[in-house]
Ligand binder design. Structure first.
Ligand SMILES: N[C@@H](CCC(=O)N[C@@H](CS)C(=O)NCC(=O)O)C(=O)O
Length: 211
């Protein structure tokens, strides 16, 4: 059987460590009990050195034998097909999970990532704050009434939504107790903690190699 390989950078600066998106795939494999290995492409020269695998020069991407795919959301859905832990097998639960997985990417992260970039600039005003705040408030209403986004249990939708929401600046933006409880609860899962500490160790070892 071909082994799953998660591809990430060989090194990144301190800032993004713990937030690099290979963590999403590590986490999914850990939840599902899928064996995997981790391989790297160089961070230096990333704009051009692996465009055949990831046309935007980014990570993560995934391989399994001859199969290769990029975009963390696509990789997660691929992994989720392998395990009921991540994706319910029944049509209703699956549809519910799919819609919330795409919502994490296309309704929340689509706003939160550009908002985060603007927040790094010197400008006092972040023109996306109203939009992000509105989306997060709407999600807060959803999470006020349920523990999980889909199918009344943990799914890949919770994994992805939590990974989007746990970005420190996003998490600190406003006071949304149900969302905060959700992020605390989901990131307390052993599979998340393992994926997180493995990513931190991976980049720590890279520091040691660089000397
Ligand atoms: N939409 C992509 C985004 C991937 C992404 O932003 N990757 C970051 C690491 S978490 C990256 O490679 N950044 C380096 C760069 O863009 O040059 C996905 O979800 O896979």
């Amino acid at each position: 059987m071909n082994e799953l390989t998660i591809w990430t950078y060989d090194w990144v600066p301190d800032g993004p460590r713990g937030l690099v998106r290979d963590l999403r795939l590590r986490w999914a494999c850990e939840e599902a009990g899928l064996p995997y290995s981790v391989q790297t492409v160089p961070f230096e020269g990333r704009e051009t050195n692996h465009l055949a695998q990831q046309p935007f020069g980014q990570i993560p991407f995934l391989s399994e034998g001859d199969l290769q795919l990029f975009e963390s959301g696509a990789c997660l859905l691929y992994l989720a097909e392998k395990s009921e832990t991540l994706m319910p097998g029944d049509a209703v639960g699956k549809a519910d999970t799919l819609q919330w997985t795409i919502a994490a990417l296309n309704s929340i992260e689509m706003v939160s990532v550009p908002w985060w970039f603007l927040s790094m600039s010197d400008s006092e005003e972040n023109g996306l704050s109203g939009w992000l705040g509105h989306r997060l408030n709407q999600l807060e209403e959803v999470l006020r009434n349920r523990d999980w986004l889909a199918a009344n249990r943990f799914t890949v939708a919770d994994l992805l939504m939590t990974d989007v929401l746990r970005v420190p600046k996003v998490r600190a933006y406003g006071d949304r107790p149900a969302t905060e409880d959700y992020v605390v609860r989901v990131t307390d899962r052993p599979a998340f903690r393992k994926a997180f500490s493995d990513q931190m160790a991976h980049f720590q070892q890279a520091d040691e190699r660089r000397g």
